[in-house]
Design a protein around this ligand. Structure first.
Ligand SMILES: Cc1ncc(COP(=O)(O)O)c(C=O)c1O
Length: 377
């Protein structure tokens, strides 16, 4: 379905920028009711998938074409497919939530569409019209609406992604791309029973350098984070903290979440968007909600030494991580090669707990959506 760029066996159907038209092909044998329920009982994170997917092709000259919502199926790829060799591959992570009224809604999907296009731009890939991106996601959720898990914080995690599908060897931007959207019913991201996570600070591996791809959601960033993440897990920690690549001193982010620091005086700090961290949509949501509460939030650099000192003196009362997958997650313990410290009493504090509650109640349509973040499916 999505091999080698343009489909040459059928006449291509071009997609007009202003009129997203996605052809629907129903699954001939969707997962039977009982098997689906069994998979939805305890889906965990990222290993159960719905029946359908969206596929849209791009090629030079034709632009976007052959937009199809059809059965989720394996891809057949030429061994020279450019993404496999040069890593021209980007993705997004977003969620659809069941609403109080029984419907479903996407949370800030146009922000994902914009970030997707800025990742595409950084990797010399074509942008996708925002309306087409959101319509592809919306249609998939609508089609697979029976796949929402019943778990209290359960949601449909949606993974739009694009890779260079032209088969060739040579270092240049590809001339054909495939955009796909798949969906996965999810429960909790962290399997650990503890309610606050522990972090290991990576001192000899960095995630992104100035001028690099740190602000793009490209696959290579994640590949580079896997060894330090594995080192953290092997030492018994949940996640790795990356420091800046120039001074090895300023806190950047985790492998898949942004960080916030809350202080005794009511102020909050989060690292600035200087091009080396991902501009998280949850990060922006948190900043907005904190400012709504009248709190002073500063986007400024915060050093490793200061973090340890402020935790020791009690000036720092909370640290929390945030992202689509795990929402707001408190940090209880931090360690590096030469120090270990606890944040507050090592348990989730009031700021992260209230924020988690505020974010999820907007997402599930329980409290009013004052910022227009929800898009009904
Ligand atoms: C490296 C990184 N930082 C931060 C985030 C949080 O971003 P968001 O809140 O948009 O999920 C993610 C998750 O996508 C990520 O992969």
């Amino acid at each position: 379905m999505a091999s080698g760029g343009a489909n040459t066996s059928l006449p291509e159907r071009r997609v007009a920028d202003d009129q997203p038209s996605i052809e629907v092909i129903n699954h001939p044998s969707p997962t039977p009711y009982k098997a689906r329920l069994a998979q939805l009982l305890d889906p965990g994170f990222g290993s159960v998938f719905t029946d359908h997917m969206v596929s849209i092709s791009w090629s030079e000259g034709l632009g976007w074409h052959d937009a199809i919502l059809g059965p989720r199926t394996s891809l057949s790829l030429d061994p020279a497919t450019a993404a496999l060799h040069y890593g021209q591959s980007i993705f997004e992570g977003m969620k659809a939530f069941r609403q109080k009224d029984g419907g479903a809604a996407l949370f800030r999907p146009f922000d994902n569409a914009r970030r997707f296009n800025s990742s595409a731009d950084r990797l010399a890939m074509p942008g996708l019209p925002e309306t087409l991106f959101v319509e592809a996601v919306r249609k998939l959720v609508e089609r697979d609406r029976d796949w929402f898990p019943d778990a209290p914080a359960g949601a449909l995690y949606i993974r739009p992604f694009m890779f260079a599908s032209e088969p060739f060897l040579g270092v240049r931007p590809a001339r054909a791309y495939t955009f796909l959207v798949i969906a996965s019913p999810v429960g909790s991201y962290f399997s650990s029973r503890s309610s606050a996570i522990s972090l290991w600070v990576s001192e000899n591996h960095t995630r992104a350098a100035p001028g690099g791809t740190g602000a793009a959601k490209c696959c290579g960033n994640y590949a580079a984070s896997l060894l330090p993440q594995r080192n953290a897990i092997e030492r018994g920690y949940d996640q790795v903290v990356f420091l800046d690549a120039v001074e090895n001193r300023w806190i950047e982010e985790l492998g898949g979440m942004n960080l916030f620091f809350a202080f005794k005086d009511g102020s909050v700090i989060t690292p600035p968007l200087s091009g080396t961290i991902l501009p998280g949509i949850t990060r922006d949501t948190v900043i907005t909600l904190l400012r709504d509460q009248g709190l002073h939030v500063q986007e400024q650099r915060y050093s490793m030494e200061q973090w340890a000192d402020d935790a020791a003196t009690g000036l720092l009362t909370e640290t929390f991580a945030c992202g689509t997958a795990a929402s707001i997650t408190a940090v209880g313990k931090v360690a590096s090669s030469n120090r270990t410290f606890t944040i507050g009493d090592g348990k989730p504090g009031p700021v992260s707990s209230i924020l988690r509650q505020l974010v999820t109640s907007v997402q599930f349509g329980v409290s009013p959506d004052r910022h227009g973040w929800l898009v009904p499916v």
